[in-house]
Each structure stands twice: as structure tokens, then as C-alpha cells.
Design a binder for this molecule. Structure first.
Ligand code: SGN
Ligand code: CA
Length: 525
């Protein structure tokens, strides 16, 4: 690794030469950061995978086609608030203080890329999902959803502290507000706009226009839908995020009393979920017209005992995926609206556009929905970026990058100083095609939350081929050979054949814990 001073010098030189070749040496680029919530790479067609033909995302794919798609992009802690805090600070969770959702609010007084860009003359704004429990700091304008926010007729918090409810669908409204801000901004300054969607987060409620988007379509199942959690940490079997056992089955109040509404079946007592109950009569009518006949058809077969338990899981998987992918469709359409605005206003050439999401998500892999685990599907974060004149169109870098890298990247691009305490690395050399300047060959991961979905605290290291995970509460180690076992079904930690690799990974894991000054384990059971 370079010392941080040398590193920053090198990066600054690269940035300048990159800007010079782009023909914008004097004009710093705008940065449009489009961020969604829980969008797995497996649901972005540019990333390939089993869903690419059934659920294309043409607008996100366009960013990738005209820019770069990072194949090995990861989060530091696969959960919402912590990922967002890391994006802003360039720090692992234990350093920025936000280790779990729902604990202490984010301390916005620390160094963030937003404050840094604001200080060097950028106009900054964040619109949409925020989820950090303190008001945004470092933004000239903000308008955010309270907590998780709602899909239908959501309330937004305004800068004066007032809360106002809008009529419509969150993904559309967030984009409307982002476009309105672009329209009203001071165009003598470059901008940094974080446009952050709630979708495709649970409860996976699609826009009314997309309710039938996947009617009659059979969504391919993942190979591991019926994983039985053998050959890995015993904590896998005690999870509470299975489509089978935990996906809300509101139809039967005996099984599940909550009203999350994952499956969108009528409840025996009253029809509805919190999201449904927010709709106005007109919206409910469209919703019911879509779901009622499908529900009746399913319930007839279910109540007649025609379906095996396995078939019920398969039905729930289809319903889950159709709704999830329909919420993605609105995200993609709205990405298209943002790209069109840039084109129509002659901003495309000098605006860097990023599409990413706070973490990945299980789309039935291992039988799951939700995230949190260090397994690939939720550890991976999409990262596609377009920067005309700098990034070679259609590039697909495979270097290991992480959300700790975003803040220093934005700061370098804007010409803001990056404090030595920042743990991420600027991606600018990689964006400019100078991969020889990228030295990282392993990533550190830490998940601290204990509670909802029953995923235990765990920590690990990933290299290009191997992954080592430590489950602290049960004192178990797992190791995966991602080349031989991309689905991570068998831990090879105890295999003699892997002894050398295990030793090497253990050393690397401890080196990273030291480098990042990781705190001791809490061993929470
Ligand atoms: C909610 C969801 C969970 C989800 C967390 C965290 N339940 O509590 O399923 O894991 O958010 O998500 S729900 O019934 O309210 O939908 S995160 O994106 O904020 O990390
Ligand atoms: Ca999330």
C-alpha cells in the first residue's frame, strides 16, 4: 500500500490528467448519485444472471454500457443505515459510529463527502431515503423520508422540520423532487445530488402501473431455494429470513400475526397491510383488481389441499419476485427520467452518474429474502458509473472495491482534501483505467446487528477467490472457495487441502482488523 500522502498525490495527478483528456479541465464535473435500497446485482440485467431476460433494467444497463460496471463491488456491513454512513464517511462502521440500524443517530458533524464537496463550492442535495435518524448535514437542500419511508402516499421531512404527505408512489415522487431541485439549482456551481429510493425494500409494493408487469411470467428459481444449511455455521439454520418459514403469510393469522404484507394475500380479519392501508380508494381499487383474482385462484387450490409444502414455497417465491422486480422496474424507469433530464439540458457530458444500492439482497438464494450475511448475494453492492471522456465505455473492472471508497472518490473528483483517517481509497485511478495503481487485494467485512431476522454477528475477509468468515457468538470459522463453490454451500475450513490458504487468509484477516482498527468481539449470543 502507498502511504496515504503519496496515494493522494498520485490520485490527484490522475484526476487532473483525466479531466484534461475529458476536455473539462476547468470545469469540475457534477455528480449524480442514484442509490436504491436492497437492490441485488442479480436483479440488474447488465450484471447477467438468471433474471436478466425476464426482468431487464435498460436504463441502469445504459449507464453500464456507456461507462463501467464493477463486478466485484461490496459493502462493509450489509445493512441500511451503516452502509449509508459508510458511503458518506469512507469509514468502516466502527469508525463512523453507525454499526447497526436503529441505534444512536448518525453524527453528521464528522467529515463526510457531502460537507467536503459543499466546502469546495459544490451545490449539494439529498432527496429520498436517508435512514440515519439525524437531519442531513452538509447539504444545501434536503427532503427525506422518515425512517424506512413508505411506498404509497409517503411523508417527506423538509428542511424546516415540517412533514408533508404527497400523493403518489415514492420512487416517482423522489425523482420528481430531484428533478425539481436540478431545475432550481444555482447553475454557476457544480452539483452533488444524492437521489435515494426506498425501493425495492420490503414490503416490495409495486407502482400501480407495474402490478401486472410479470403476469404469466415464470421467474426462474435459484439453485439454492431449498438450502438445508448443512456444512456451514450452525447459525444459518436459526435464521429468520426464509421465504418458507418467515416471509409474512398474512392469510393465516395463526402462523404470523404481523401485517407486513409480503405475500399480498387478504388477511382473515381485515384486508390490508400498512402499505395497503395508506392507499386512497382509487389506488386500492387498482390494487384489488390486480390481486383479488390471483389470490382467489391460489386460495382455492391451497384450501383444497392441492399444494405440497414445497409448492407453497414456490408460489411464495413467485409472488415475492414479481413484486420485487416490479418495484425495480419503477426504479429503472426513474433512472431513465434522470438520464433524459441530463441529455435534454446538455449536462450528460459533464455529469458523473452512479447507480448503486445500500447492499445486496437474497432473491430466494439459500431460501432467503433480506440481507445481512457476508454471503455473496447480500455482500455485493451494484456499482455502475458513467463519466464521459474518462471511463472507457463498456468497461467491467474486476478489482475489489467497497462502499468505503465512494466518499474519497467523490472528494478527489471535486478537488476536496481527503483526511488521512479515511479508510477507503479513491476509485479515480480505476475509473481512468490505471488499474496498476490499485493495490487492494482483500476486503474486510463486519456485521454487528443482533435481532430482526436472527443473523448473528460475523466478520470476515474476502479475496478474489476465497472468503473466510468468523461467527463470534458460536466461535465458528467458515471458509469458501468461490471458484469451486460460488453458491457457498460447503465450508472448506477444516479440509487439509486448504490448510495453506486457510493460514494465509487468517493472517490477512488479522492484518485487516489491525489496519482498520477493528474493535474486539462482543460475543453477543
Ligand atoms: C425492516 C424490514 C426488515 C429489514 C429491515 C432493515 N421489516 O425492519 O425486513 O431487514 O427493515 O432494512 S419490515 O417489515 O418493516 O419491512 S434496511 O434496508 O433498513 O437495512
Ligand atoms: Ca437496505
Amino acid at each position: 500500500m502507498f502511504t496515504s500522502r503519496v496515494r493522494h498525490l498520485l490520485v490527484a495527478i490522475t484526476t487532473l490528467s483525466a479531466l484534461a483528456t475529458s476536455g473539462h479541465a476547468a470545469e469540475r464535473p457534477n455528480i449524480l448519485f442514484i442509490f436504491s435500497d436492497d437492490h441485488a446485482v442479480n436483479a440488474i440485467s447488465a450484471y447477467g444472471g438468471r433474471l436478466q431476460n425476464v426482468a431487464p433494467t435498460p436504463n441502469i444497463d445504459k449507464i453500464a454500457r456507456e461507462g463501467a460496471l464493477f463486478r466485484n463491488s461490496f459493502c462493509a456491513n450489509s445493512i441500511c443505515g451503516p452502509s449509508r454512513a459508510t458511503v458518506l464517511t469512507g469509514l468502516h462502521s466502527h469508525k463512523n459510529g453507525l454499526m447497526r440500524n436503529g441505534r444512536a443517530p448518525f453524527d453528521g458533524s464528522q467529515w463526510t463527502c457531502a460537507s467536503a464537496l459543499q466546502q469546495v463550492g459544490y451545490q449539494t442535495a439529498v432527496i429520498g431515503k436517508w435512514h440515519l435518524r439525524s437531519n442531513p448535514v452538509g447539504f444545501d437542500y434536503w427532503e427525506v423520508l422518515p425512517g424506512q419511508g413508505n411506498y404509497y402516499n409517503p411523508v417527506f421531512i423538509h428542511m424546516d422540520g415540517s412533514r408533508k404527505q404527497d400523493t403518489g408512489y415514492a420512487t416517482d415522487l423522489t425523482t420528481d423532487k430531484a428533478l425539481a431541485w436540478l431545475e432550481s439549482r444555482d447553475d454557476t456551481k457544480p452539483f452533488f445530488l444524492m437521489c435515494q429510493h426506498k425501493a425495492p425494500h420490503r414490503t416490495f409494493a409495486p407502482a400501480l402501473r407495474h402490478l401486472g408487469a410479470f403476469d404469466g411470467v415464470e421467474i426462474p428459481e435459484p439453485k439454492t431455494l431449498f438450502d438445508e444449511y448443512q456444512n456451514r455455521s450452525r447459525t444459518l439454520a436459526t435464521n429468520e429470513m426464509e421465504i418458507d418459514r418467515h416471509f409474512d403469510w398474512a392469510y393465516d393469522a395463526k402462523v404470523r400475526k404481523d401485517e407486513r404484507g409480503d405475500v399480498k394475500l387478504p388477511k382473515p380479519d381485515r384486508y390490508g397491510t400498512p402499505e395497503y392501508n395508506r392507499m386512497n380508494d382509487e389506488q386500492k381499487e387498482v390494487w384489488d383488481a390486480h390481486f383479488s383474482p390471483l389470490n382467489q385462484e391460489f386460495l382455492k387450490r391451497y384450501q383444497a389441499g392441492e399444494l405440497t409444502p414445497k409448492e407453497v414455497v414456490q408460489w411464495k417465491y413467485q409472488r415475492y419476485m414479481k413484486n420485487y422486480l416490479a418495484t425495480v422496474r419503477a426504479v429503472d424507469e426513474n433512472v431513465g427520467r434522470m438520464l433524459k433530464y441530463l441529455d435534454d439540458h446538455d449536462l450528460a457530458e459533464n455529469t458523473i452518474v452512479i447507480y448503486s444500492s445500500d447492499q445486496g439482497f437474497y432473491l430466494g438464494e439459500h431460501g432467503w429474502y433480506d440481507k445481512r450475511w457476508m454471503f455473496e448475494e447480500s455482500f455485493k453492492m451494484p456499482f455502475v458509473i458513467r463519466w464521459p471522456g474518462v471511463i472507457k465505455a463498456g468497461s467491467t473492472p474486476t478489482e475489489l472495491i467497497q462502499n468505503i471508497d465512494y466518499a474519497p472518490t467523490f472528494a478527489e473528483i471535486a478537488g476536496a482534501e481527503v483526511p488521512g483517517s479515511v479508510q477507503g481509497e479513491s476509485l479515480v485511478p480505476l475509473l481512468a483505467g490505471k488499474s496498476e495503481q490499485w493495490e487492494r487485494d482483500s476486503l474486510y467485512y463486519a456485521y454487528y446487528e443482533v435481532g430482526e431476522h436472527a443473523v448473528p454477528q460475523h466478520f470476515g475477509v474476502r479475496t478474489d477467490r476465497f472468503k473466510l468468515i468468523y461467527f463470534s457468538a458460536t466461535d465458528e470459522w467458515n471458509m469458501f472457495d468461490l471458484q469451486r463453490d460460488p453458491q457457498e454451500m460447503v465450508s472448506v475450513y477444516d479440509r487439509a487441502k486448504y490448510k495453506k490458504t486457510r493460514q494465509r487468509l487468517s493472517v490477512e484477516y488479522e492484518r485487516l482488523r489491525e489496519l482498520y482498527e477493528a474493535p474486539p468481539y462482543e460475543n453477543v449470543k
